[in-house]
Design a protein around this ligand. Structure first.
Ligand code: SAH
Ligand code: SF4
Ligand code: F3S
Length: 430
């Protein structure tokens, strides 16, 4: 990273300030990549803008986890035709997972106004794509801080790709096998982000707790990050049920800075479907894991992901998902309609769209009821809140929390929870 220095712009001494608009689809991995991309532009003196009309360059960071995600990215590229017509000297970059899946050739032949395509596997080569269009970064760079205010929460990527083979998932194909970043690089990145003002670090990876650094385990990495001065809270996502060990449970029990919240995707409540999905665990093993974690940390909040309509999912399988939702006591669940990611006819759902939609609706309404119960259980308790504004923050269990007074961006405070409204708690700073 470049050392901050002044002044931050313009890119060419005396020239006009340039702006880049970065449109990001998909998960936190893409968000984290977009920040790196922003930093690469920042080194060339660009600032960020949300206003296309003011943009001299546009980056579309695409997702393809479900067909709908890919379609959204494609129609966004189509809409940029107008921008390019109005600004022919502007540069348009297509990056991310759909770019990786579709390939540069296909994208450029469909959208000839695209300047550069750089897939998710090759995000580290984005610098080369940028240099091809804008020339190399100047020797004396511009600071990353021209692009971001100090956020309270910062992502730190600790692994890229995924080496599991869940039957429905395209991520390993577009992001490649798991590669773990070295501990030293992770600690350096986290320390820099804390220095820039982050109070919370979120470690990122598709099977984040599978991380290994030589003999060092994920729990050992957590300990090192937790020791960084200035860190108030540590989260990570998404862990996989297969990679929790006793050392993690012990650390969670002992370390209050470790967030009392896990996003632990389960996908289905039916053993038959879990097996077909190649998730590597049974319903019973998943629930036993939740029990172990909650025995270590009473009140641990857990959210999850579900897929409905997987090929062969019967009404009985689906009802097992509904019952798992109740047994798992999830604070929240993201629910997705199964979307085939290959041309294999065996991987097409047997359900038609109305049947798929009906299952999704039933699950969503159960999630809503369930979440309400879990949220209400927090009333009357004291929660540690990390504030994002003067009146809003998040508890360690990742519930949104509103107060009338006493908050401040970046402040951590104990809050007595008085009530709940919609998805948000409200309370009084103690
Ligand atoms: N690595 C994470 C999940 C990453 S993808 C894990 O294994 O837990 C995020 C979510 O998208 C998944 O949890 C799953 O619920 C959903 N998803 C992935 N592929 C899908 C598909 N083909 N159709 C529908 N949902 C899908
Ligand atoms: Fe996809 Fe997650 Fe399975 Fe990896 S672990 S294949 S990212 S669902
Ligand atoms: Fe994430 Fe979508 Fe890629 S979910 S890893 S951006 S396919």
């Amino acid at each position: 990273m470049q050392k901050p220095q002044k002044p931050a712009s313009p890119p060419v001494p005396g020239g006009p300030a340039r702006r880049v608009c970065i449109i990001t689809f998909g998960c936190q991995m893409n968000e984290a990549d977009s920040r790196d991309i922003a930093a690469a532009f920042g080194r060339r003196g660009y600032t960020l803008t949300d206003d296309l009309k003011k943009a001299d360059a546009v980056v579309v960071n695409t997702c393809t986890v479900r067909q709908r995600a890919e379609d959204k990215a494609i129609s966004q590229i189509g809409r940029l035709r107008k921008w390019k017509l109005a600004k022919p000297e502007g540069k348009l970059f297509i990056v991310g997972c759909a770019a990786q899946k579709l390939g540069g050739k296909a994208i450029k032949s469909r959208f000839p106004f695209v300047d550069e395509v750089s897939g998710a596997k090759a995000i580290e080569y984005f610098e080369d794509a940028l240099a091809a269009q804008l020339g190399p970064a100047p020797e004396i760079g511009y600071p990353d801080s021209t692009l971001f205010r100090s956020p309270q929460s910062a992502y730190v990527t600790i692994m890229r790709g995924c080496s599991l083979k869940c039957s429905y998932c395209i991520v390993p194909a577009v992001r490649g096998p798991a590669v773990f970043l070295p501990a030293a690089a992770i600690l350096k990145d986290a320390a820099a982000k804390i220095k820039a003002g982050a109070k919370e670090i979120v470690l990122l990876g598709q099977t984040v707790n599978a991380w290994r650094g030589g003999k060092a385990t994920f729990s050992e990495l957590l300990k090192k990050v937790l020791a960084l001065p200035g860190l108030e809270r540590l989260r990570f996502m998404s862990p996989h049920p297969l990679y929790f060990d006793d050392a993690f449970t012990a650390l969670l029990a002992a370390e209050p800075k470790l967030s009392r919240y896990l996003h632990l995707p389960v996908q289905s409540g039916s053993d038959r479907i879990l097996k077909a999905m190649r998730r590597g665990y049974t319903r019973g093993q998943y629930l036993a894991l939740l029990e172990r974690l909650r025995a270590a940390v009473p009140g641990l909040a857990v959210s999850t992901d579900f897929i409905v309509g997987y090929p062969g999912e019967t009404e009985a399988d689906f009802e097992e998902t509904l019952s798992l939702l109740r047994e798992g006591r999830f604070s929240m669940a993201f629910c997705f309609k199964y979307s085939p990611r290959s041309d294999n006819p065996a991987m097409v759902s047997h359900l038609d769209e109305p049947a798929m939609e009906a299952r999704l609706e039933r699950l969503l309404s159960a999630v809503k009821k369930n979440s309400r119960v879990i949220l209400n259980e927090r009333i009357g308790k004291i929660e540690e809140v990390l504030f994002e504004t003067d009146t809003y923050g998040r508890t360690s269990g990742n519930f949104g929390c509103r107060v009338k007074t006493g908050g401040a961006p970046g402040r951590m405070a104990q809050v007595f929870i008085e009530g709940a409204e919609r998805n948000t708690l409200n309370g009084k700073v103690l």
